[in-house]
Design a protein around this ligand. Structure first.
Ligand code: SF4
Length: 418
């Protein structure tokens, strides 16, 4: 389906959407929030349309919004009709609470005539009455049944330009229900965890629930629901989930060590500062922050740029190689000078003399700390030991198969022709 020029489903990249938290009729506040979510990377934005004055505002919003606008309608189908007339790029409604199939049919007819797609769906808290008993026995099946019934209704109305959402506050139920639904219907799926919670807990619940489904290849558009007035925070979380799964790229990726007792500078402040400053960049550069240089820079050798420190000095490195040694208090500013040069030229600026001085410094730190069992070195030792165990098991199995074959009465005849 196509929402105002944004493709949803059919193999298109997973679409990021959010919802404004302002009173829609307050045009200044709503447009301000829409611009902020668009800047943060929202592909689509949804606005609540509970009153006629919101429909009035919608006419201006769809004209001025930099991204397509979805009208969110509940209970009153005439608002859905008016929202379509106002130019909404998509209408979201729950066919179970809009006043019966005739009203849904009226909206579907108007949407079809206007070429406006719809999102239909249901949340765990608003299942139709006839599914309440099933909900008590099997809430996942009840959600999926509601979704499938709504799809059947739309198909009977000869309207198929829609995506479907079935959402729950319960993460395992959301995962199970969407897995089932994706097997039963061929339409694009909108994923979300209803009332996920605060920025902290809601982001985690969404990352687990939506991330699991997206990793399975399920889901065409996502909305992160957070209890914050700042809708752009929802967009940032959505992007972090998509970037973590390598489903989409947008802006820099920051990686940072977890820190430990070897830490050589105030990582909390430095990482927060770097994260904030990176928001201004569009390039998908990977930036690493290592709390000490004891391990060398091998762990972050894939990063486009990185910093690490020891005592009063620090190192800027790039793609596994030192770039230059700098006083520790200048680490962050010097890092951003390198990122700025790269952003302007798409080239990493290497000065051979500075690189050699950095390499010498790094080698000295590594040698001084050669015996240290750091978390990274322990992980490496564990991986090597696991590999050695796996090799030993493989060798033992191969030997057993060889012995079994030579002891078998059919040994040597396995490949002879009759
Ligand atoms: S040893 Fe590893 S975890 Fe500890 S500060 Fe150094 S890089 Fe960070």
């Amino acid at each position: 389906m196509n929402v105002g020029g944004v493709q949803v489903g059919g193999g298109a990249p997973v679409v990021v959407q959010t919802m404004t938290k302002t009173e829609t009729a307050n045009l200044t506040a709503t447009m301000d929030q829409i611009r902020r979510v668009a800047d943060a990377g929202a592909d689509l934005v949804r606005v609540a349309v509970p009153r006629d004055k919101d429909v009035e505002a919608l006419k201006t919003i769809v004209r001025e919004s930099p991204i397509p606008v979805i009208a969110d309608i509940h209970f009153n189908h005439t608002l859905a009709l008016k929202a379509i007339d106002a130019g909404a790029h998509c209408v979201r409604l729950n066919p179970g609470n809009i006043g019966g199939p005739e009203k849904v049919a009226e909206v579907a007819d108007r949407a079809k005539a206007a070429g406006v797609p719809m999102r239909i769906g249901v949340n765990s808290g608003s299942l139709p009455k006839h599914l309440h008993e099933l909900e008590r026995e099997n809430s996942v099946e009840a959600l999926v049944t509601a979704g499938v019934e709504f799809v059947a209704l739309m198909e009977r109305l000869d309207f198929t330009d829609f995506k479907v959402s079935i959402k729950s506050t319960n993460v395992p139920n959301t995962i199970a229900a969407n897995r089932l639904l994706s097997e039963r219907i061929p339409y694009p799926l909108h994923l979300g965890i209803t009332e996920a919670g605060t920025k902290w807990s809601g982001s985690l619940k969404s990352a687990v629930g939506l991330g699991t489904l997206l990793a399975d290849g399920i889901g065409d558009t996502i909305r992160i629901s957070l209890s914050t007035f700042h809708a752009e925070e929802e967009v940032k979380v959505a992007w972090e989930i998509l970037k973590a799964l390598k489903l989409r790229e947008r802006g820099p990726v920051l990686i940072a060590c977890p820190t430990c007792g070897r830490l050589q500078f105030d990582m909390d402040t430095v990482v927060a500062d770097i994260e904030r400053r990176l928001e201004a960049y569009a390039d998908p550069v990977e930036v690493a922050v290592l709390g000490c240089a004891v391990n060398g820079i091998g762990e972050a050798s894939h990063a486009d740029f990185g910093i690490t420190g020891a005592k009063n000095e620090g190192l800027i490195f790039s793609r596994g190689k030192p770039l230059k040694k700098v006083p520790q208090e200048q680490l962050v500013d010097e890092l951003f000078k390198e990122i700025d040069k790269y952003a302007a030229t798409k080239q990493i600026d290497v000065n051979a003399a500075e690189q050699a001085a950095g390499a010498e410094w790094l080698q000295r730190i590594e040698e001084e700390n050669a015996g240290e069992l750091t978390p990274e070195r322990l992980a490496k030792l564990e991986a090597e030991s696991a590999r050695a165990d796996a090799d030993a098991i493989d060798a033992a199995l191969t030997e057993k198969v060889t012995l079994d074959e030579s002891a078998s009465p059919t040994a040597g005849r396995r490949f002879s022709r009759a």
